[in-house]
Design a protein around this ligand. Structure first.
Ligand code: ZN
Ligand code: ZN
Length: 350
């Protein structure tokens, strides 16, 4: 584990935290309204490998070959940052040694942002170190500036959990709320997996073996692959507790390990499409929910809705901007079928 300390005075700014994958949707908004969605789990941090912040350049200003060198294989409608890479993002609860900088908390209506520069300073020496963001449509998070902080060892990493323990772990926030809707982070994870599915399908129709997976992905996949033909690719939901059956599918939605970032291993002839563990677990085992002690009998209408019927789990908010951006960043966008999906993203809203 590591903690982050102020470069200037060396005092600790965070609790000990473990590094996890940088969420590919970290810089995308989460719809309008007061959603207050967390980007990071407490106890974790991620480092943005890409430049962020000003100065900005438009797509047209890039030199020949520069877009590809920066990981873009198709044009994007937004500006690209020429700022420093390596910003760190954490859950606000893990940031302990900072204080808000009076007068520098930019924001639109419901909270603050770091759009005008740092709004957090080291509580000991007063040097600006990063920004707390919690305005509407933004992820709840703290971003630390690479030059202002130092990563310091703070003890051994927690042991890597085995898959069986992970499947039975119910300590995290359920991905589907009491109203039957997927939360923002799950929606963005599902959108990220949709892009991997588009690339893996490569224009072929996909038949899902699992009803819940079909409810979540089928409609969106058809939107991005409007003119599919050729042999159908079967897609199973595989992972711990859901082993491969005799008939091999071409594709498999498998859980991604939250600590190692590795997908659940599949046989070499099955293309793995990684899915967020919490989303995968909810699809694979929708009826195993934490036990809740209830006095007396459940009221009839609650009894009927608990657990939620699979039909009510279909409501996923797909972020078209995220999907287009991830398609533009995949070298597969050069292939005709994936290019068509990228164009479909511009042709209409899902
Ligand atoms: Zn300091
Ligand atoms: Zn607002």
């Amino acid at each position: 584990m590591e903690l982050f300390a102020c470069t200037h005075c060396a005092s600790a700014l965070t609790r000990p935290v473990s590094q996890v994958r940088f969420p590919p949707y970290a810089r995308h908004q989460v719809g309008n309204g007061l959603r207050l969605s967390d980007l990071m789990d407490a106890g974790t941090y991620a480092v943005d490998p890409e430049p962020s912040g000003p100065p900005w350049r438009s797509w047209e200003d890039l030199a020949e070959g520069e877009a590809e060198a920066r990981g873009y294989y198709a044009p994007v409608p937004h500006h690209l940052s020429d700022g420093p890479p390596g910003r760190t993002v954490l859950a606000p609860a893990d940031v302990t040694g900072t204080t808000l900088i009076p007068g520098s908390a930019a924001g639109y209506c419901c909270g603050i942002t770091g759009q005008d520069g740092p709004n957090l300073a080291c509580a000991r020496c007063g040097h600006p170190v990063g920004a707390r963001e919690d305005d509407c449509s933004l992820w709840q998070a703290v971003w630390l500036e690479p030059a202002a902080v130092r990563r310091v060892p703070a003890g051994p990493r927690p042991p890597v959990a085995d898959w069986t323990d992970l499947v039975h772990d119910r300590s995290d926030v359920p991905p589907v709320g009491a109203d039957g809707r997927w939360n923002d982070r799950s929606c963005q994870e599902i959108g990220t997996t949709l892009v991997d599915l588009i690339v893996a399908a490569d224009g072929s129709p996909v038949a899902f073996d699992h009803a819940g997976a079909a409810t979540v992905f089928d409609h969106a996949l058809r939107h991005y692959q409007p003119g599919t033909d050729g042999p159908v690719k079967r897609c199973a939901l595989l992972g711990p507790g859901r082993p491969l059956t005799a008939r091999h599918p071409e594709l498999a939605l498998v859980p991604r390990h939250p600590q190692t970032d590795l997908p659940w291993p599949t046989p070499p002839d099955v293309t793995a499409v990684p899915l967020d563990l919490a989303v995968w677990r909810h699809l694979a085992f929708p009826h195993t929910r934490p036990a809740v002690r209830v006095r007396g009998a459940l009221r009839a209408e609650i009894d009927r809705d608990d657990p939620l019927s699979p039909g009510r789990r279909g409501g996923v908010w797909f972020d078209s901007w995220l999907i287009r951006d991830l398609l533009a960043r995949s070298p597969a966008v050069r292939r005709p079928a994936v290019r068509a999906a990228y164009r479909a993203g511009y042709a209409g809203w899902l």
